[in-house]
Design a protein around this ligand. Structure first.
Ligand SMILES: Nc1nc2c(c(=O)[nH]1)N[C@H]1C(S)=C(S)[C@@H](COP(=O)(O)O)O[C@H]1N2
Ligand SMILES: [Mo]
Length: 542
């Protein structure tokens, strides 16, 4: 291992120490003030839309982990470079660490609602990185004589010679340990090498403990405890009882359990909103601005409804859709108390993290069960799904209606304000498109000849599904059996008994909704307002 590699490793270890200690500091200053998450968050908000769609498609719900891992790898490469640069010029290495700090600080303080305190984790981290880098480079046998050493006490050498940190003297003290051959490929004796590697290992280990410990402390400060204490009020109107036969055999469960419910949002760390301090402000183009607290919200009439949410990014056949029983207060009553002014055609919902969506005012007032929701399948909203309060609007894609961690509702005009996804290339208004999906058999499945059950789901929220048809190998369309349903606001299951013959077959599905519209066969991408096309699967029968 030559000096270049040792220097590079020193850089990586120093960066690790910086990130680790920053996580500990961020226990106080908030999870998003830690540099990796802050920079990751900026990337999420500023990456071009197609790249982000790529991320969602390729990594699915793991896109957040992938993003953080990617950021960490980039940082490691950069830090390796800083370590190598330090061999030539300590000043340039300091500049390199300074740049890292500047990016981290800039990212952290520009996050929504961040104060100057958000700069602290990165600054502490960068300070530590300077110290650790210098220390490890010394152990690595680097000759940093071209620059004055930082003023510091180096524990490893305390008592082992002249006082450490004393300018030229100090430099003199390291001289004997430098390798005999000068230049970047210089080797060091095995004993020094062992000491260097040990120091790197200890640094990396300490960084890991600090990072993981910081994360654990952060999650202990999270609102999970507050959530456990929430007692949901009884609904004035409970959800309709599930009719027998709501579940078609082989289809996805009619109700998606909370833990399996798809999750899509821009939050790298789910916002931690304490109900004790939560408020919702309704303002903007209204006659009577309103602010309500959590306790006031709980006093309002609550109803319970099944509603199927869908993400606009869902591909044909995709799984970014889920059905739950929501408990909440009808939003139209609150809006009417606030009294929208004429012309206020857009309701802008704003989350505590600054994310926004825009919903047509008319949709929220047309009598559908649009809920300011606090409960999901009999529990308080899970933190990932918007605890303590979110919106649920039957019939609109999530990105234009389903604001999680909601704290603000501003009556506005579509002409005056573009919500989060609109400048990123998605439509301002986006009702859910009528679609259907085959859940069984899966694409590529094998079956024996004879009766094969084909089953799946179809949805046209707030319009309702009238008909589902199946087509085998491009033949005639045959009507599937529709399962029972509770309302037009949820998906509807269907099944079909197919007499399968030997060979490879293609199965297609299409749905017709209660407006009489039959799904178009024309494939369209999710952007800008939802995918279209018929879902198909191939099966081998033999
Ligand atoms: N605050 C906030 N709310 C949000 C989002 C977001 O990024 N931030 N994403 C929306 C999108 S695109 C969808 S599809 C739904 C998904 O809700 P879920 O994660 O509970 O399934 O939440 C919506 N609400
Ligand atoms: Mo979405």
């Amino acid at each position: 291992m030559n000096l270049l590699v040792r220097a590079g490793l020193s850089g990586v270890a120093a960066a690790g120490a910086a990130v680790g200690v920053a996580e500990v500091v961020a226990v106080w200053t908030g999870p998003l003030s830690a540099p990796l998450l802050a920079v990751g968050g900026v990337v999420v908000d500023h990456v071009p839309a197609p790249v982000k769609d790529f991320g969602v498609q390729v990594f699915g719900v793991h896109d957040k982990t992938a993003l953080i891992t990617g950021t960490a790898i980039l940082l490691a490469i950069y830090a390796y470079g800083v370590g190598v640069v330090a061999l030539r010029s300590w000043r340039w290495a300091l500049a390199g660490i300074g740049l890292f700090a500047a990016i981290g600080v800039a990212a952290a303080v520009t996050r929504h609602d961040a104060g100057a305190l958000a700069a602290v984790p990165t600054l502490v981290g960068a300070g530590l990185a300077v110290w650790v880098l210098r220390y490890l480079l010394d152990l690595a046998g680097a000759d940093l004589a071209s620059a004055p050493p930082a003023r510091m006490v180096e524990p490893a050498r305390v008592g082992a010679g002249p006082a450490a940190g004393d300018g030229p003297d100090h430099d003199g003290a390291v001289a004997p340990r430098r390798g005999a051959s000068p230049g970047p490929y210089r080797k060091i004796d095995p004993e020094s090498r062992r000491r260097f590697l040990k120091a790197c290992g200890i640094t990396a280990g300490a960084a890991l403990v600090a990072g993981v410990g910081g994360r654990l402390l952060t999650s202990r400060k999270a609102v999970t405890a507050a959530r456990k204490e929430v007692v949901l009020p009884a609904a004035r109107q409970t959800a309709p009882p599930l009719p027998a036969g709501v579940q078609a055999p082989g289809a996805t469960p009619y109700i998606s359990p909370n833990k399996d419910f798809y999750r899509i949002d821009t939050a790298l760390y789910p916002p931690q909103v304490d109900p004790a301090t939560w408020q919702l402000r309704i303002h903007g183009m209204v006659r009577n601005p309103i602010t309500i607290t959590w306790d006031q919200l709980l006093q309002r009439p609550m109803i319970e409804r099944y509603v199927t949410l869908a993400c606009v990014s869902n591909e044909v056949g995709g799984d970014l859709i889920g059905n739950a029983r929501w408990l909440g207060t009808p939003i139209n009553q609150l809006l009417e108390e606030a009294g929208p002014l004429p012309g206020a055609d857009q309701v802008v919902q704003r989350a505590v993290d600054g994310w926004t969506c825009g919903t047509p005012t008319a949709t929220l007032l047309d009598g559908r069960d649009a809920l300011l929701a606090i409960g999901m399948n009999g529990e308080p909203l899970p933190v990932n799904h918007g605890f303590p309060v979110r919106m649920v609007v039957p019939g609109l894609y999530g990105y234009v209606s389903a604001c999680k961690w909601i704290t603000e509702i501003e009556l506005s005009r579509f002409a005056d304000f573009d919500a989060y996804w609109v400048p990123r290339g998605w439509a301002q208004q986006a009702p859910i498109k009528t679609e259907s999906r085959i859940d069984t058999p899966r694409d590529g499945a094998e079956r024996s000849p004879g009766t094969v059950v084909i089953a799946g789901v179809a949805w046209a929220q707030h319009v309702g599904i009238k008909l589902v048809e199946i087509q085998i190998d491009g033949g005639a369309w045959a009507e599937a059996t529709l399962a029972a349903t509770v309302s037009s606001d949820t998906w509807r299951q269907w099944s079909y008994s197919w007499q399968a013959t030997e060979g490879k077959h293609t199965i297609r599905v299409r749905a017709t909704d209660n407006s009489g519209y039959t799904q178009t066969s024309t494939p369209a991408d999710p952007a800008p307002d939802g995918a279209t096309g018929w879902h198909s699967v191939q099966v081998s029968v033999g």
